[in-house]
Design a protein around this ligand. Structure first.
Ligand code: 5GP
Length: 216
């Protein structure tokens, strides 16, 4: 973009902080994997957790698996953007990687549960919060049972959690209906692009416009 003096006026270069939460069974993992693997503009934050690795999980890939002491030390050193306790374990987002990637211009995705998402919204009002849901509860139920890997008790726990989470959806910026994966990915990208053009996320650009106009 050019101003009257031929000098380029740049929109903000800094990447955005993208929060993705949603009901268990909504397909968040698949959605995030597709966003990351097919679009270079995104970076994925790797969380720290005190829960034990599941079969096939690798330290530093799915999570940084740490002891409770190490986790608490990181909190004390102000090394986490947010953290929460979920089903008896700590989960948190290491600060350094997120900041570094955002400065490089990457949109950083945090796949986190609702308590952490709301902490981020408090601390970073320009974060973009998305809540992923299947098109209906009937479909959610079908997907949870369709996995075939979880006991009825675990499914019940996830549905109980969904009943709590549903009351917090209104605090999010966008609802992402995960019906067909490809269109869902396209929708997420459109929402992010639109959100980035809100004046709240273009503060420097707006200030520059004001400054240039004041000189005329
Ligand atoms: P799981 O143990 O199934 O991998 O994750 C349990 C829940 O913790 C999921 O809802 C996941 O999104 C959430 N989670 C993963 N990492 C973080 C994190 O860094 N912070 C918060 N607040 N939640 C997280």
């Amino acid at each position: 973009m050019q101003n009257k003096f031929g000098k380029a006026i740049k929109m903000t270069n800094q990447g955005a902080l993208i929060i993705i939460s949603g009901f268990s069974g909504a397909g968040k993992g698949t959605l995030v994997n597709k966003l990351i693997s097919e679009h270079d503009r995104f970076a994925l934050s790797i969380s720290m957790t005190t829960r034990n690795p599941r079969e096939g999980e690798v330290n530093g890939r799915e999570y940084f698996f740490v002891s409770k002491e190490e986790f608490e030390k990181t909190i004390a050193e102000d090394g986490l953007l947010e953290h929460a306790c979920y089903v008896g374990n700590y989960y948190g987002t290491p600060k350094a990687y997120v900041k570094e990637q955002m400065q490089k211009g990457k949109d950083v995705i945090l796949e986190i549960e609702v308590q952490g998402a709301l902490q981020i919204k408090e601390k970073y009002p320009d974060a973009i919060l998305m809540f992923v849901t299947p098109p209906s509860i009937e479909e959610l139920n079908r997907r949870l049972h369709g996995r075939g890997t979880e006991s009825e008790e675990v499914i019940e726990k996830r549905l109980t959690r969904a009943k709590e989470e549903v009351h917090l959806i209104e605090k999010y910026d966008y609802i992402v209906v995960n019906d067909h994966l490809d269109s869902c990915v396209q929708n997420v990208i459109s929402y992010i692009d639109a959100a980035k053009m809100m004046p709240l996320r273009q503060v420097d650009f707006v200030e520059l416009l004001k400054e240039e106009l004041s000189k005329l």
